[in-house]
Each structure stands twice: as structure tokens, then as C-alpha cells.
Design a protein around this ligand. Structure first.
Ligand code: CP
Length: 319
């Protein structure tokens, strides 16, 4: 199916083949960024952020600017008519009149699905509460494919707040569509991966293993995906204080990891990865943030129906 005009609310909205198209275009953009610098001239992206963000908002805005397009939006809902009580539906309907595509982050799970009822232009979920964050997943898939060469046959450990972390929900659902993936869920009892996600991966024929002990499994991992304990999702702050430092990956622990293991993290981090890991070549979380901009360039192009730029070889051949 064509990606032009589609919405992206959850990671399963695109088939494996469609994701492949986006990742291939991302890799082409990485190799030839200057060729894409004007392809979105005259197009406008709206970024509506009802919740704080550094990477997602700024990488979307950078992506659109690097494609030659423009950006409008808000990063603080109180500066919009939301503060006067305007509904989500009316906001989306209005912004649809101005922009060619809409990116929205919202604290309420399910708000992205709700927004798609009102949009007239492609709509992208930039994170809805503890539910999903599908463009972080595209970022993660591009990182794994670029640095490991394939999305198949990996043992992935996901560590930290697996209950509230929307990035891990989207990533697990997406990775369960590839062959030979083993999931290891590493969390305290209070922050375990939700049952509906575990059921979904079993339906795809994958095994998973759960533990609260990172040291026990670290040496068996191809990828360690660390996550922050999501303070903003806790009703009981005492419980947050109890759990916030449950896992701290540091240089000394990294000695027990494989030489080619990737340490990924959607960021922001708090304490869960010590800064002494940052210089380790296996720590790829800032590289991952950069891949996020390229994959969002590709996603914007695909949803707007912008044609891929031919490479040099083809242009010479045509001439
Ligand atoms: N990874 C991620 O979603 O980061 P931000 O919250 O800074 O956008």
C-alpha cells in the first residue's frame, strides 16, 4: 500500500515492507543529505506538543527544515487555545486547515487515535501517554539495522520501566514481526511489561524471559535497551523514589557485556546509565538520537508523497 496520506498512530500501522521502504529512504538521505534539502519546499508541518520533548519535537522540526519545508506549532499547550478549553478535535480540525501534516504528543493514552478522527492531513503520533511512540520505534529500527546490519536474529534485553515506557511497547510489538528475535524483559515486579504486549509477542511465535536481575542476563545480549523510570506516570511519588535507581549501568558492569553489544536508550536518561559509559563504543544512544532525525525526514517524505531522489548512477544513465 502507498504510504502517501496515511496516519501513524501505532507501530503496527505500517507493514514490515513499508517500514523497510522508510528505512531504505533514511539510509539514502544519510548518504546524500544535500539532494533532499529542497524536496519539501512549500510544505508545512505542524508540531503540537502537549507534553515536554527535546528529541522528538526538535528532530521532527529539524527534519522538515532539512527537507526545505517549514514548521508551525506549540511546545507549550498553554500558549494555544487549549488553555481556553478548546477540545482536541477542534484543535486538530483547525490545524488541518493550515498544515500538510500534523505531529502530536499528548499525555493521554489513546489521544492519537482520537485525533485521527478529525485530521484532514497525515497525522503522526509523537507519543500518547504510556501507550505508544511509533517514531521512536522507527528510530530504533534504523539504529539496529544500520549498526547490526539486520533486524533479524537478535537477543534484545529491555531494562527498566517496562510498564510505563511507551517506547518499549512500540519497539517490542514491531520487533516481534522479525525472525529469530528473543526478548528478555528486565524490570522490578512493579514495572513489568504489560500482559497485552507479552500476549502479542507470543502470538507471533516468540519466546520471552522475565527477570529483575540485569547482571544475570547481560552477557547474553546483542542489544541492551535501557529506559528511564517514568516519574510523570507515577501516582505515588514514594514508589517512584523507591524504584528510580533500581538499575544503573556503569563502566564496571559493561565489562560483562559482549564486545559487540549495543547499548540503546530513547533518552532522556536520568541515572540509569552512568556517564562513564558514554565513551564506550557500544554506547550508541546519541547516535540513535541522530538517526531519529533522518528517519523522520524519510517518514515526512513518504506521508506527503514526495518522490525519492535518484542517485548519481541513475541520473548519469538517464542522461
Ligand atoms: N525519546 C524521546 O521521545 O525523547 P523526548 O521526550 O525528548 O522527545
Amino acid at each position: 500500500m502507498l504510504l502517501k496520506g496515511r496516519n501513524l498512530v501505532k507501530s503496527e500501522d505500517f507493514s514490515v515492507e513499508e517500514i523497510d521502504q522508510i528505512l531504505s529512504l533514511s539510509q539514502n538521505i544519510i548518504e546524500n543529505p544535500s539532494k533532499y534539502s529542497r524536496v519539501c519546499e512549500g510544505k508545512l508541518l505542524a508540531t503540537l506538543f502537549y507534553e515536554p520533548s527535546t528529541r522528538t519535537r526538535l528532530s521532527f522540526e529539524s527534519a522538515m527544515c532539512r527537507l526545505g519545508g517549514s514548521v508551525v506549532g506549540f511546545s507549550e499547550p498553554n500558549s494555544s487555545s487549549v488553555s481556553k478549553g478548546e477540545s482536541l478535535g477542534d484543535t486538530i480540525r483547525t490545524v488541518s486547515c493550515y498544515a500538510d501534516a500534523i505531529v502530536m504528543r499528548h499525555p493521554v493514552a489513546g489521544s492519537a487515535e482520537e485525533a485521527t478522527k478529525y485530521t484532514e492531513v497525515p497525522f503522526i503520533n509523537a507519543g500518547d501517554g504510556g501507550n505508544q511512540h511509533p517514531t521512536q520505534t522507527l528510530t530504533d529500527l534504523l539504529t539496529i539495522k544500520s549498526l547490526k546490519g539486520s533486524l533479524e536474529n537478535h537477543t534484545i534485553g529491555l531494562c527498566g520501566d517496562l510498564k510505563n515506557g511507551r517506547t518499549v511497547h512500540s519497539l517490542v510489538k514491531s520487533m516481534s514481526r522479525y525472525k529469530g528475535i528473543k526478548f528478555i524483559f528486565i524490570s522490578p515486579d512493579e514495572l513489568k511489561m504489560p500482559k497485552y504486549i507479552k500476549d502479542a509477542i507470543q502470538e507471533q511465535g516468540h519466546a520471552y524471559y522475565e527477570t529483575d536481575n540485569l547482571d544475570e542476563v547481560l552477557g547474553s545480549l546483542d542489544i541492551l535497551y535501557m529506559t528511564r523510570v517514568q516519574r510523570e506516570r507515577f501516582e505515588n511519588q514514594e514508589q517512584y523514589e523507591k524504584l528510580k535507581n533500581y538499575y544503573i549501568l556503569n563502566k564496571s558492569k559493561m565489562q560483562n557485556a559482549r564486545k559487540d553489544m549495543l547499548v540503546m536508550h530513547p533518552l532522556p536518561r536520568v541515572n540509569e546509565i552512568d556517564v562513564d559509559v558514554d565513551d564506550d563504543k557500544r554506547a550508541v544512544y546519541f547516535k540513535q538520537a541522530k538517526y531519529g532525525m533522518f528517519v523522520r525526514m524519510a517518514l515526512i517524505m513518504k506521508l506527503l508523497g514526495i518522490k525519492e531522489v535518484q542517485n548519481d548512477l541513475e541520473e548519469v544513465a538517464i542522461d
